[in-house]
Design a binder for this molecule. Structure first.
Ligand code: HEM
Length: 235
């Protein structure tokens, strides 16, 4: 069986990876199941609509942070297969964002399109949340092999870097909504800054290493045979 990743002594086969992906998929649906169960049993408190909306918003942000954490984690622990879970996590960020947005359109605004348009333009926390969602759309649409092939690796990667502003917008959205009690948004802000900071640091270090490699003094090859002086000294 072909190993899916084999660094630092952590080998996992394709079969194990498939089982892991299935378990992760079910785990990703757990928060939604809990919200659905709570709504069914009427245990979401005095304002269930708000609880659902907030739960979906929080999980959108959680999945964005977890997706951003995969690459640094993979580099630190050296488990290559971690990278193969990233797409599923990113798609769940989109899935929860879509439900969160749908909840807003339906439960908050009753599909009153002119009120929705006004709200997006008037309330800054809604504007920035909406911007994050719009930016997520092309990422979700191109998260397949076909799109990767069509766009080419470089363009695909450049497009998918918009997950960085999306995460920042998500944190700002939460921060502005929270107004005074910003303890939890601050935690997300620290997590996002750390995850983006470590990338910037690594990129800078790689750039330095590349430059050092390019301009390092060339070592002359060892001289073999008899040395013939170019300038002969006269006595
Ligand atoms: C990537 C996109 C988004 C992220 C990461 C996100 C995240 C969040 C978070 C973390 C909360 C607060 C949860 C809590 O208090 O525990 C929230 C609340 C909220 N979000 Fe979003 N959101 C996003 C997109 C949107 C969009 C597109 C809209 C609507 C246009 C929206 C509307 C709201 C509203 C109305 C609330 C307040 C819910 C309430 O208090 O009833 N969000 N969001």
């Amino acid at each position: 069986m072909r190993p899916a990743g084999s660094t630092l002594g952590v080998n996992i086969s394709d079969r194990q990876l498939a089982a892991l992906k299935l378990a992760l998929f079910l785990l990703c649906l757990l928060p939604l199941g809990r919200l659905g169960w709570g709504a069914w049993r009427d245990t979401l408190g005095a304002n269930p609509i708000e609880a659902i909306q907030r739960g979906l918003g929080s999980w959108t942000l959680n999945f964005l942070v977890i997706t951003l954490a995969i690459t640094p984690l993979r580099r630190i622990v050296g488990w290559a297969w971690l990278g193969r879970l990233r797409r599923m996590l990113g798609l769940h960020a989109f899935f929860y964002a879509a439900l969160h947005f749908l909840g807003y359109l339906w439960l908050d605004q009753f599909f009153d399109w002119s009120a929705i348009g006004r709200d997006i333009l008037k309330r800054p926390f809604i504007t920035v949340g909406f911007a994050a969602f719009v930016l997520l759309l092309p990422l979700a649409a191109t998260s397949n092999r076909f799109a990767l092939g069509r766009l080419g690796g470089r363009r695909w990667q450049a497009l998918h870097r918009s997950i960085y502003p999306i995460a920042i917008f998500g944190v700002i959205h939460y921060w502005w909504l929270a107004k005074r009690d910003v303890a939890t948004p601050a935690l997300y802000a620290v997590a996002v800054l750390l995850l983006l900071g470590v990338r910037a640091l690594w990129r800078e270090r790689e750039r330095h290493e590349q430059l050092a490699g390019k301009y390092a003094p060339q070592q002359s090859p060892p001289v073999r045979g008899r040395i013939i002086p170019i300038i002969s000294r006269r006595h």
